[in-house]
Design a protein around this ligand. Structure first.
Ligand code: GAF
Length: 376
């Protein structure tokens, strides 16, 4: 691991961090103006940074070879490829928004597995943005930084993602899940401390290779937007659960019908989960996780065998509920389990994976952590 001084020949002016997330419930609802409930992870992308005055941004990462340099003035969507597209996208969006960020040297370090559906892309964008702003002492509301990071991912990187991951990375607080209403743009911090109820939230990376993720994500989003247009509503959030049957009857396409059913029922599951958590009835959230998984598997069709086997095995081994989390097609599952049963549930999944010839799964600590901040 190289030090900042070794890479850039100067000491950093400061250091910042932005975490990854797991979403408790509310999957593929964000771009439908819906509700989500993520927690930030202790795992984060850290960045040390120094200001420079020549309009050049130089980025390096402890996981990657060399230094990538670009001038702020020359940035255009897509102009910087690979991992450096994310810090470049952050610099581009801040320039477009009129912030005087000058130039910078940025050295990244991550303990957030990439490709595990834990939103390392959003964390990289948010870490870049808070460092570039922080170096100049520019204060921007965290939710606005999240919106800018989403715009960078949509327009600079070209991924049509919603706003959940960036909001989680910017606005989560320790010990809480972030209840985020995308239509209203309001947030509420919901206390989330499974250990107080003798429970554990297992987060298990199923190590499935991602397959056609980008195209599939865009296709799901298109289906939802098409269906909303056909139903004459601005977004699927406008369809209440008691209007679902009527809405489904008005759609011709069977695939679109199933996508709509997932989104509308999932939004209700988020409301139900939050009501139970507020009432101190966390155990009862388990079945909502399981129903969410079934909906993502059968109606939204974004699970893969590794995710389904992990969920089924967790449930058979006594989990109160389990579901895939994140964009799908790989990534992680979460399982709500009695603390005393956590080891046995994970061991059962390891065994089932070995029997299926899948790669060995790994588990992560799921302590609800704070959003992005300056650390030095
Ligand atoms: C990915 C996207 F980036 C989020 O915006 C969200 O849509 C999620 O998939 C699914 O809930 O993480």
């Amino acid at each position: 691991m190289s030090t900042f001084a070794e890479v850039f020949g100067t000491e950093p002016d400061g250091a910042w961090r932005a975490p990854g997330r797991v979403n408790l419930i509310g999957e593929h609802t964000d771009y439908n103006d819906g509700l989500v409930l993520p927690i930030a992870l202790p795992n984060r992308i850290a960045v040390s940074a120094s200001a420079r005055e020549d309009g050049v941004v130089a980025v390096s990462s402890n996981g990657q070879e060399g230094v990538v340099e670009f001038t702020l003035d020359s940035l255009q969507p897509g102009s910087v490829p690979d991992w450096a597209a994310y810090p470049a996208g952050a610099a581009w969006v801040l320039r477009e928004a009129g912030y005087g960020i000058g130039g910078a040297n940025l050295l990244f370090d991550s303990d957030l597995p990439s490709g595990a559906g834990l939103s390392s892309s959003a964390a990289l964008l948010c870490a870049s943005a808070v460092a570039l702003l922080g170096l100049r002492g520019i204060e921007v509301d965290p939710a606005e930084v999240a919106r800018l990071a989403q715009r960078a991912e949509n327009q600079y990187v070209g991924a049509p993602v919603g706003l959940m991951d960036q909001m989680a990375s910017m606005c989560c607080t320790e010990g809480h899940a972030l209840y985020f209403d995308i239509r209203a743009m309001t947030t509420d911090q919901i206390p989330f401390a499974p250990a107080d109820d003798d429970l554990t939230l297992l987060v298990i990376d199923v190590k499935a290779p991602h397959r056609h993720v980008d195209g599939e994500y865009a296709a799901r989003r298109r289906s939802c937007e098409q269906a909303a247009a056909a139903l004459g509503v601005p977004a699927l959030r406008s369809i209440e659960l008691d209007q679902l049957d009527d809405a489904l009857a008005r759609l011709d396409d069977d695939v679109d019908r199933r996508r709509v059913r997932h989104v509308v029922t999932e939004i209700r599951r988020v409301e139900d989960a939050v009501a139970l958590m507020r009432a101190g009835r966390l155990r009862e959230v388990g079945p909502l996780f399981t129903a969410s998984h079934a909906s993502l598997r059968d109606d939204f069709e974004i699970t893969v065998p590794e995710l389904d086997v992990a969920v089924d095995t967790a449930l058979a081994a006594g989990a109160l509920g389990a579901r895939m989390t994140g964009g799908g097609f790989g990534g992680c599952i979460i399982a709500l389990v009695e603390a005393a049963a956590a080891e046995q549930v994970f061991a059962a999944i390891e065994k089932a994976f070995a029997e299926h010839g899948f790669r060995a799964p790994t588990s992560l600590a799921a302590d609800p952590s704070a959003g992005a901040s300056r650390v030095r």
